[in-house]
Structure formats: structure tokens, C-alpha cells
Design a protein around this ligand. Structure first.
Ligand code: SAM
Length: 277
């Protein structure tokens, strides 16, 4: 049965405030499951079950799927679309408010796969990047422009603090472009599937120092990195210059030109010199 027909029969009204743009194309759903590397050993966490089309496709290949859905009016729809799917469970509630540590206890090692509601894309991804302990990777559908920011290379306009934070957790790539015509209702922009494979790419002595240095570097994009460091950590000009020189960074460089590995090096140097206040 077509998702659209089921939704109509339940008199479901799409809610823009929840970013409800549903998928139904079976080829695309299968492709996302593949992009996420789901197999019979995988526990999947989905954020935003919607009408359950992706939940169902994931459950066909995964060991177990746990999905969050904020909209209670989807309960009868999901009861119908997931009828007989024994390895999928929907938790009705706001994912942003859930206790991630407790959820991880329940899931063990897991993979995130989702067609994310666009209004919380970055906070949701950042939550896993910064807090998750047992997440193996994230494969999410996001707006194309957000995907470009997540996977950007240093020195491009899309590169920013979020890119550097994601890079610290793993390898990020755009694996698929998805036309807006494949969503119901149709959004105004195209989307892309992004995959972040968790695993350390480069060492850093303190995660907190890395985060603080990245935040400082992008605090004002018009200023040089040196000026941003001076302001953020109340350094003398000489202290900033020496740290940058040791990290091999040009004195007038801007934060957005530094690859993540170089932020890590700079964070280590500033930590060693006890300059991060
Ligand atoms: N997975 C479905 C699909 O692909 O067809 C639905 C995707 S739709 C883009 C996003 C879903 O996330 C919506 O069903 C929406 O109600 C739900 N949602 C929005 N905010 C949420 C939140 N904070 N916590 C849990 N679910 C949320």
C-alpha cells in the first residue's frame, strides 16, 4: 500500500514545524540502507520515523531498529506501516530531550541512519559528534547545502567549525545527491546523503582544547587566526605568533584555511604552553 494512501486514510496533515518531508521511493530507501552499511548484525538508531518507510527498509536488513518520532499523530500510521515488523521499535518523543547515555546503554554499539528533520540537522549531528560513546557512524539525509558544509575541505567557503568538529570524529563524505522531487511534500531545495564513519583520523591530546581552538578560530571569519586566538585566550601577540610558528601556520592565516589536523597540532601546542584559559 502506498504511504500517501495510508496517510490520507488517517487524515494525516504534514507539519512544517517538524520538518516532515517523507520518502517512499523503494530504490532510494534501499540505497540509503546500503549507504549506512546496515547488515544483520547492525543496531540502527533512526531519528524521525515519519510514516515508517525508512524504518521498515532498515528493519529488513538490520538486527534491530530503534526510531524516535516526535509527532504523536503518526502513532496509528506507524502501527499500520510497521505491523508485523518485529525488530523495529518506535519511541514517541523529542530526540533532542532524550538521555543519550541511557539510550546507548540500551542499544550497545549502533549506527545512526535517518532522513533528518531539517530544522535540527546540525544540533543532532553535533550531539553524536560531541557526546556519543558507542556510535559507529552516521548516515543522514540533509539539505544539500548542509551536506556541503559537513564534508567541506579547508580553504573553501563551506568549511567551518562544524566541519572541523565532524572531522575530529571521523571521515565524512557525501555519498548521494537526492532530488527534491523524491520527497512528499516537495521541499524547495535538493538534498544529499552524508556518511560519517566514526574512528580517529588524527591524534589530539585534549578534546576540549581542540574544540576551544576551533571555536576561537571561527569566532570572527574576517579576522586572522592570530587575532582570534589573542581575543579568545587573552594571549599576548608574541605568544600567539610563537604558537602559530611552531604549528607551521603563516602569521596572517585565517582559521578557515587550516585543515583539522593542523587545528589539532595548534591545540596541542597551546595546551603544552599552558595558554588555553
Ligand atoms: N523517516 C521518514 C521518511 O524518511 O519518510 C520521515 C523523515 S522527516 C524528514 C523527519 C521526521 O522527524 C518527521 O516525521 C518529524 O515529525 C520527525 N521529527 C521532527 N523533530 C523531531 C524530534 N525532535 N525528535 C524526533 N522526531 C522528530
Amino acid at each position: 500500500m502506498e504511504i500517501r494512501e495510508i496517510l490520507a486514510r488517517h487524515a494525516f496533515g504534514f507539519k512544517k514545524k517538524y520538518g516532515q518531508n517523507f520518502l517512499s521511493d523503494p530504490n532510494l530507501l534501499r540505497a540509503i540502507v546500503q549507504d549506512a552499511g546496515v547488515d544483520e548484525n547492525t543496531v540502527v538508531l533512526e531519528i524521525g520515523a515519519g510514516a515508517g518507510s525508512l524504518t521498515r527498509a532498515l528493519a529488513e536488513c538490520a538486527r534491530r531498529v530503534v526510531a524516535f518520532e516526535i509527532d504523536e499523530t503518526l502513532r496509528p500510521v506507524l502501527e499500520e506501516t510497521l505491523a508485523g515488523v518485529k525488530n523495529a521499535e518506535v519511541i514517541f518523543g523529542d530526540f533532542s530531550k532524550c538521555d543519550l547515555a541511557a539510550l546507548e546503554e540500551k542499544l550497545g554499539e549502533y549506527t545512526v541512519a535517518a532522513n533528518l528533520p531539517y530544522y535540527i540537522t546540525t544540533p543532532v549531528v553535533m550531539r553524536f559528534v560531541e557526546e556519543a560513546k558507542r556510535c559507529r557512524g552516521i548516515t543522514v539525509m540533509v539539505q544539500e547545502e548542509v551536506a556541503a558544509r559537513f564534508a567541506a575541505q579547508a580553504g573553501t567557503p563551506e568549511y567551518g567549525a562544524v566541519t572541523a568538529a565532524i572531522a575530529r570524529r571521523g571521515k565524512c563524505e557525501i555519498v548521494r545527491k537526492v532530488s527534491r522531487t523524491l520527497f512528499t511534500p516537495r521541499p524547495n531545495v535538493d538534498s544529499a546523503v552524508v556518511r560519517i564513519e566514526f574512528g580517529e583520523r588524527f591524534p589530539v591530546r585534549s578534546e576540549e582544547a581542540y574544540r576551544n581552538v576551533v571555536r576561537a578560530a571561527f569566532s570572527s571569519r574576517r579576522k586572522t587566526l592570530e587575532n582570534n586566538l589573542v581575543n579568545a585566550f587573552r594571549l599576548s601577540r608574541k605568544q600567539a605568533e610563537e604558537a602559530l610558528a611552531e604549528a607551521g601556520v603563516a602569521p596572517n592565516a585565517r582559521g578557515e584555511t587550516l585543515p583539522p589536523e593542523q587545528f589539532a597540532k595548534l591545540a596541542d601546542i597551546l595546551t603544552d604552553r599552558n595558554l588555553l584559559r
